[in-house]
Ligand binder design. Sequence first.
Ligand SMILES: [Mn+2]
Length: 195
Amino acid sequence: MRRSTLTRTTAETDITVEINLDGTGSYDNETGVGFFDHMLDQLSRHSLIDIKVRAKGDLHIDDHHTVEDVGITLGQALTQALGDKRGIRRYGSCLLAMDDAQVRCALDLSARPFLIWNVDFPTSSIGKFDTELVREFFQALSTHGGITLHVDALHGFNSHHIAEAAFKSVARALREAVETDPRKADAIPSTKGAL
Ligand SMILES: [Mn+2]
């Protein structure tokens, strides 16, 4: 089964993540950061990866450590659940529209973390949520999930829509990349023989 459960505890955060790559997009996320829960729910719903996150972070400072550390733990859980990556499609992409916003994602589950992030927000916050943290989350996910992750916002004027379109676009691309390719279900998708 392509599942994993991981707990990561530091002086700043205490996080448990459960995922099932072969899920139905069911989610249960409680991080103490409302907007971020809403984004994690989107990530699950549109990747069809079941995601449960419980995070207790130092929110009295700000949301930064909590958001970043959920990205780290989710990335680690993804790496663990993918195992040797046998049979996966490996690549995924999505051009996603949400109202005024359009976001493009191309990714490779390459084990070579690299983030290209061309996403500008017109406002510095969405409600109480700092828009800078969206990049922090995806940087952590890319690094610890071993993902070459390119995200470009082509246009948009509403920060909530741009952030949400980014999460949905990455989710859709991730859905494609983690799926098993029935034409090559027992092979590792690399000419090197390892990923
Ligand atoms: Mn929304």
